[in-house]
Design a protein around this ligand. Structure first.
Ligand code: NAI
Ligand code: 15L
Length: 277
């Protein structure tokens, strides 16, 4: 069991959406150290015992009223709940468009101060591998999923500039215990570094609406560190430690997957058959 740590600033009530997913499971215990009350939410049950500071709230993000109820009394949100891979438009839209709208609107109504939005490297997945990107470079999404994350970043801008809800949009690379393949040498972020970046994103004063890439200290990176200094983020890990292990795990030479930063997402779709409209 974790309890609030004196080393970190303490948030009163922190909501973690997508708590049953891969990243939610990795962040759950450490996030418990920076808040007094951690509300864990997903559309599916967590299926694990709760610590004293944890509360489970099953909620479907596509249900606007339920999301409004979920946000009542919440000071800050780590918004992970999403369709997290490329899929036909309709599947993506329900949770990654409508759900994000519900989340931000509920945050405005509840007076929630800060949202950490799990955006994705797939917002710029159609840039060539090796091309070094700033968060301000024009987006080049690699699918409906990438477009949906761009929409989320747009909502974050709207709710900051009009309504004063602060956001940090983290364009997460690949968050897994280890980099899965050679592409991961560029895109990987360790769970420890992601926790550190999420904590900084929740607690740094006056962020307004900030977009930054979320990766570890990878020498083979494709993204600058723009935004990290403002947040005081200093990654501790590097994908390079796995270079030998994953160096030969590559996509077929000449394929879009091998050429573009989005990797395997470039192999999914199109979903529409010609003339099906
Ligand atoms: P995941 O697919 O493992 O977890 C997403 C969670 O959202 C699931 O537990 C799912 O039940 C929940 N969810 C889906 N639809 C929902 C709905 N209608 N209502 C409520 N909950 C719903 O994804 P993962 O890997 O944990 O990613 C977390 C977030 O970070 C996602 O937003 C993803 O797009 C983003 N991200 C993840 C990266 C990674 O490397 N894992 C990289 C870039 C972005
Ligand atoms: C993402 O945005 C996905 O949610 C995750 O499943 C990974 O595929 C990751 O990007 C990636 O690009 O490795």
């Amino acid at each position: 069991m974790t309890s609030p740590s004196p080393d970190h600033p303490t948030i009163n009530t922190l909501l973690l959406t997508g708590a049953a997913g891969t990243v939610g499971r990795l962040l759950r215990a450490p996030l418990g150290t920076i808040c007094r009350r951690l509300v864990l939410s997903d559309r599916q049950p967590l299926g694990t015992p709760l610590a004293a500071h944890e509360e489970e709230r099953t909620c479907d993000l596509t249900d606007r009223q339920a999301v409004e109820q979920l946000l009542a009394g919440v000071d800050a949100v780590v918004h992970l709940g999403a369709h997290s891979v490329e899929a036909p438009y309709e599947q993506i839209a329900r949770v990654n468009l409508d759900g994000v709208f519900h989340l931000y609107e509920a945050a405005r109504l509840a007076g929630t101060q800060r949202v950490v939005f799990a955006s994705s490297n797939h917002v710029t997945g159609c840039y060539e591998q090796g091309h070094m990107l700033e968060p301000t470079d024009p987006p080049r999404p690699d699918g409906y999923y990438g477009v949906s994350k761009l929409f989320g970043e747009g909502m974050a801008q709207l709710y900051w500039y009009r309504y004063g809800v602060e956001s940090v949009c983290l364009r997460i690379g690949s968050c897994l215990p280890e980099p899965p393949d050679r592409r991961g040498l560029s895109t990987w972020i360790s769970p420890r570094d992601l926790f550190s970046l999420v904590t900084a994103s929740l607690t740094t004063p006056n962020v307004g609406c900030l977009v930054t890439y979320a990766i570890s200290d990878n020498p083979a990176r494709w993204y600058t560190d723009a935004g990290w200094a403002q947040l005081g983020y200093r990654p501790q890990d590097s994908a390079d430690a796995w270079r030998e292990q994953v160096g030969d795990r590559v996509f077929p030479a000449g394929s879009l997957m091998a050429r573009m930063q989005g990797g395997i997402f470039l192999d999914v779709g199109p979903f529409e058959a010609p003339g099906s409209g």
